[in-house]
Design a protein. Sequence first.
Length: 331
Amino acid sequence: MSSRQLEIACDESGFTGTNMLDPGHELITHAGVQLDQETAAEYAALIRTRFHRYSATEYKAGQLLRNRIAVEWLLGTLNGRATVHLTDKTYFTVTRLVDLLIGDPTYTAGTSLALDLRPVARTLHRAGPVVFGTTRWRAFLDTFVEMMRHKRYRLIDGPWVAHFLQTLDGMRSERLDPLMQPLRDARPQLFRVLTELQDDRSPVPPPLEPLIPALFETARLWTADGSSITILHDEQSALTQHRVTRVGALLRTVSQNPEPLRGLTMLDSRTDPRIQLADLLAGTARYLATAELRNRADPRLTALLRPYLAPTSLWSDQASWQRLTGDLVFR
């Protein structure tokens, strides 16, 4: 068993709060970079001086992406020292709908440790727009998001719960009813979950927060060999101490190390070069993965991104997944 203790600098790209169905931001990416501060500072300074002539403090992915040579340099330089987890946000929304209504809505749900209901979610995600039409399916998902995004909407007798249930009841088709009917029958569990979510320390994680399972998957990759890690993360209000503790407890169930996650420290990306590099990688990965999802990618850049991608990324489109990873297996 490895006894290494690592510091992993993390950042995300594509975060839009609880607006999970923004068509302009289909993905959220979470990057983890393992570099010492001195090396990271050298890399960040090199990027600013070699590839750009301004932005003295922080160089952002949008700037980097205007320079292909810079993108190739970044992906070539960080290879073997970084990971990227991808999340399709609409698909994530469907997985949460399924997990919360008919699954076991714990911190395990939504991660690669709980895959029993993933085929159900994948089928609904793919077939829902075909069977009901894209507009109607998106409107249905909107009712779920609105019900879950604010605590006051989650009151069992509130209008947003009634709206969701009414919309769900109307989503009927012979083809998908074997999957939709269990959701319609799940009112007791839905009411229980909504009640539990009133407490910030609930055993049920926030339903519209993809950063939490992404953080778990990133940490799991870096601790798979028995290493223990401290995560240095760009400031994120979603990562409360209670939630980080839950992620750490979940890691202990699958790790060779009794203390795989030794802590999480929030840092400002404007002043820490390690976080800056994680931010650049996350933004670059989101741009390139989105291009693959939209079938307009650059094969060379995709090939450079491939070694970074977490096999446990939350993805449902088989053709783009194969182009991104060379793998046909979904988790």
